[in-house]
Design a protein around this ligand. Structure first.
Ligand SMILES: CC(=O)N[C@H]1[C@@H](OP(=O)(O)O)O[C@H](CO)[C@@H](O)[C@@H]1O
Ligand SMILES: [Mg+2]
Length: 554
């Protein structure tokens, strides 16, 4: 690192003093917090993104400014690696270090040490890096984006490109496409969704002259970017009747009483929905549209919803994929493709039982898509979902190219109309429709909708796949959530000492009881999860575990 480069970093970092008494951590999904306190963090992540790009041969890196489902006054920043996936976890400690560096001098010396260790060449006349910047609809997004631009620009020779207001998955998709040399604009993203959706619609088996009856889907856009983007997409979709509410244009506040996180955790209907919607198929996106849940309102007399969460979406996807794999002759001949599903400890126990009954390989990962994604990538087709609705389907490169050549082979043999050809074509279309970079509520909605049409199922019929065990989640505020340390599966607390024994004694009191605690990686709370055979039991187990957390940590 030469003198001019050092001077450039020192000068720009003077503009972004770090606020006192905040301890920042990259956490489950990037840095998050009160937007007013984040400028220095975003500026520094701007620098990190350039280093990441340079480390990987000047590949394009993405930065997304969002705090997802958190309140509107919060914001955050996360890095999309050139693959479109999350920032490599190996770089998280460096991210934490520079975010917390207390002075420009400390910042520069940390960067200096790091670039030497990683053998990254920066400074004048070195290769240039390109960083794409996206943000959600939060009002603080614009000024934070400027901070990111200054961070990127302070590494000589690098460029920041503002690609506007986007959903998180759009940014990841675009970065992935760009680095694969594919068309990578927002329009390309929309076109890809609508063309692969159409392809799947055209492959729906129609018996005789049956005409598919398409019922309306009501979408809760969380007053965020997702509602706006799905509105843009709607024009190019046929065979889908969408009514979008909570777009944020009608005065509603982002994530306030709306959105996937609210609906999934509270199991009540979001604002803008009411008794007139009883029985209708409804979907809810989160604030940056990387999560999706479905629901319906079973009765006029209450605000409770019947929730179809990420686990249920996973089951629907798994069933459909399995059905297609079963139609492949090669599969029957022993060339078994490896289909696997990945869940976390928050998955409803009934969903895991159901998936296993389908004969699926179910594996568990820690909370946070970066962990699930990694495990899903080990299969030919890996489906992962968090219960909160964040997930996707991954196709391995080798399996996908096998599918594509199979498709061609069957066409060449004149078997283009065969069941096998249709199954292969459906799988190829799913791989295009579903966002391979990261969970995406928009592509998720389209896939759910086309599968329901394929099966001829209503939302109620889909919900009958299995019955969720009653569950309850509680957040407990404690002075220091990092005092809770769990095992790698997150189902047992190793610290504070003694708490797990106490939790176990509570669990024993409830039939089908299961409970665990872990520190949140996105909020300053300890999360409690409990499930049991009745709602009263799940609530009571969750409450007693929350009491334990308070007494051990309060
Ligand atoms: C229980 C729960 O829903 N946890 C969420 C939440 O993480 P926490 O570390 O639990 O705060 O936000 C993450 C990012 O959106 C998401 O991946 C994860 O599933
Ligand atoms: Mg989100």
């Amino acid at each position: 690192m030469d003198e001019i480069q050092i001077a450039s970093l020192l000068k720009s970092s003077e503009l972004f003093p770090i606020p006192q008494s905040v301890k920042l951590s990259y956490g489950t999904a990037g840095f998050r917090g009160d937007a007013k306190l984040l400028e220095s963090t975003v500026y520094r992540v701007g620098i990190l993104s350039v280093l990441r790009s340079l480390k990987l041969g000047s590949a394009t890196v993405g930065l997304m400014i969002t705090a997802s489902h958190n309140k509107v006054s919060d914001n955050g920043i996360k890095v999309s690696d050139p693959s479109g996936g999350m920032l490599s976890q190996e770089w998280e400690p460096f991210a934490d270090q520079i975010a917390n560096a207390s002075s420009p001098q400390e910042l520069v010396s940390l960067i200096r040490e790091f670039v030497e260790k990683e053998e990254i060449m920066i400074g004048e006349k070195k290769k240039s890096a390109e960083v794409w910047l996206g943000r959600d609809t939060r009002p603080s997004g614009e000024s934070l984006l400027r901070a990111a631009e200054i961070g990127v620009g302070s590494v000589l020779g690098s460029v920041a490109i503002d690609i506007g207001v986007l959903t998180t998955p759009q940014l990841h998709w675009m970065v992935r496409a760009k680095n694969k040399g594919l068309k990578a604009t927002e329009n390309d993203y929309f076109e890809n969704l609508s063309s692969s959706f159409r392809c799947l619609i055209d492959l729906i088996p129609v018996s005789g002259n049956d005409k598919l009856e398409i019922s309306k889907l009501l979408v809760d856009g969380a007053n965020g970017v997702g509602g706006q983007k799905i509105e843009e997409l709607r024009g190019s979709l046929s065979n889908l009747d969408l009514e979008i509410r909570n777009t944020g244009r009608d005065g509603g506040v982002l994530n306030e009483g709306v959105g996937a996180d609210f609906v999934q955790k509270e199991k009540v209907l979001p604002l803008g929905f009411g008794s007139q919607d009883v029985g209708m198929r409804c979907a809810s996106l989160d604030g940056d549209a990387d999560r999706l849940v479905y629901f319906y309102i079973p009765s006029e007399s209450s605000d409770k919803v019947e929730l179809l969460d990420g686990d249920k979406i996973l089951s629907l996807f798994a069933l459909f994929i399995k059905e297609q794999l079963n139609a492949l002759d090669d599969d029957k001949e022993g060339k078994q493709s490896r289909l696997g599903v990945v869940q976390t400890a928050y998955a409803n126990g009934a969903s895991t039982d159901h998936l296993r009954q389908l004969g699926l390989d179910v594996v568990f990962a820690k909370t946070g898509v970066k962990h699930l994604h990694e495990k899903a990538a080990e299969f030919d087709i890996g489906i992962y979902f968090e219960a909160n609705g964040h997930g996707t389907i991954l196709f391995s490169e080798s399996f996908l190219s096998w599918l594509v050549s199979k498709q061609k082979e069957l066409t060449d043999k004149g078997q283009g109309g065969s069941e096998e050809h249709k199954a292969v074509s459906r799988l190829v279309a799913v791989s295009n429709l579903i966002n391979q970079a990261v969970g995406d509520a928009l592509s998720g909605v389209l896939l759910v909708e086309v599968i329901l049409q394929h099966m001829g199922w209503s939302v109620q019929k889909w919900n009958e796949l299995y019955k969720d065990l009653p569950s309850r989640q509680i957040k407990v505020e404690v002075p220091d959530r990092t005092a809770v340390v769990t095992t790698s599966e997150e189902t047992e607390a190793l610290r504070p000492l003694g708490i797990q024994g106490a939790i176990n004694s509570e669990i024993k009191k409830y039939p089908r009881g299961r409970a665990f605690i872990r520190p949140s990686g996105t909020e300053d709370v300890v999360r409690v999860y409990a499930e049991a055979s009745t709602q009263e039991a799940a609530d009571s187990l969750a409450n007693s575990v929350a009491q334990l957390v308070k007494s051990f940590l309060g």
